[in-house]
Design a protein around this ligand. Structure first.
Ligand SMILES: [Zn+2]
Length: 339
């Protein structure tokens, strides 16, 4: 039975975890950052069941919480976000930077609609993460210039380091820490931006981009190799880094039923003032200047205005694909061992 096999794996992982945690929190073992058996990424496991029986969570002080891990007992973590009362499970995992996390699976509470009848269109950009039809440009923070220089230096060092060497492991870990920092910033940005937008507008329109297929499709298949692979891959990386997908997911969580997906056709070539469609109006990546009426605007904002005026394709069936059912659990607290 497949279920039983899985259970065994989980029990084993748990034993390892208990040992690792014991070492991790042992004051006599200051270097005791546990390493996961498989030097993989995002290893972890999930604890489910009745809260108070199979598992539990409690707050010890303002910054410290404890979670009951079967066989390991109460484990302290840094209480970084509120744990909602309706959580049904949690996941313990170690990220690529070697930090332990405990994530309680919960979908963020919907933000009440302002009731002002306002509609906003949002265009995803590459240079700018998102442009609103109000003219606002939102930038998702990434790594700073200095951090990017450091990252490149580390990557060069990694290329030179001998396979399986200690040094290589250290460099890898340093790279992972930088990447984790970037991810943290992106998540934080998506949370704040989505809450702000859900609070200010009744209807939120976004392009129906299906970012999943888009990011995967650049390379193409052997029979049907992708065209322009290099350029597309660069664009896709940009989209991922801009946190667009995350922003849309969070908007859907926080404004359920108020997010509408619009066909992206011509939104970047259409003049939002006179309606003429002409690819030459897109003067550059950043500038839109209508060849018919002369209207000039930030190109992403022009697109966002078109999106705001667009017709939803997924709101009532339409031809849009249904959104995936499993929503990503919200990372509510992190366990870094520092707290
Ligand atoms: Zn025009």
């Amino acid at each position: 039975m497949a279920g039983r096999g899985f259970q065994t794996v989980q029990q084993q992982a748990l034993r390892d975890f208990a040992q690792a945690m014991a070492a991790f929190f042992d004051p006599g073992n200051p270097a005791g950052r546990p390493s996961w058996r498989k030097a993989g990424r995002d290893e972890g496991f999930r604890i489910t069941g009745r809260r108070g029986r199979q598992w539990d969570v409690r707050r010890v002080s303002r910054k410290v919480g404890q979670v009951w891990v079967p066989k390991a007992g109460w484990v302290r973590f840094r209480w970084s976000r509120a744990v909602p009362p309706e959580v049904k499970s949690y996941r313990v995992r170690m990220d690529r930077a070697g930090r332990w996390h405990v994530a309680f699976a919960a979908v963020p509470d919907p933000v009440p609609a302002p009731g002002n009848g306002q509609v906003v269109g949002i265009d995803r950009g590459v240079a700018v993460s998102a442009a609103l039809s109000t003219g606002e440009l939102l930038r998702c923070p990434g790594l700073t210039g200095r951090e990017r220089i450091r990252l490149r230096r580390l990557q060069r060092r990694l290329a030179r380091a001998a396979r399986g060497s200690n040094r290589r492991g250290q460099v890898k870990c340093a790279i992972a820490r930088l990447r984790a920092r970037e991810t943290d910033r992106r998540k934080d940005w998506a949370e704040k931006a989505s809450t702000g937008i859900a609070r200010r507008f009744d209807v939120i329109r976004v392009e129906d981009l299906q970012i999943g297929t888009m990011t995967r499709s650049a390379r193409g298949t052997r029979e049907n190799p992708g065209r322009n692979v290099r350029a597309k891959a660069g664009l896709n990386r940009g989209i991922l880094r801009s946190g667009w997908g995350l922003l849309v997911r969070r908007l859907e969580d926080k404004a359920p039923g108020r997010v509408e997906k619009v066909k992206p056709h011509y939104t970047s070539q259409r003049c939002s003032a006179c309606g003429q469609v002409d690819r030459d109006s897109r003067e550059s990546q950043a500038v839109f200047r209508c060849t018919a009426c002369g209207f000039a605007c930030h190109a992403d904002v022009n697109a966002a205005i078109n999106i705001a005026a667009g017709h939803a394709v997924t709101a009532r069936g339409g031809d849009g694909a249904a959104r995936p059912v499993n929503r990503e659990p919200h990372l509510l607290a992190s366990l870094t061992g520092r707290g």
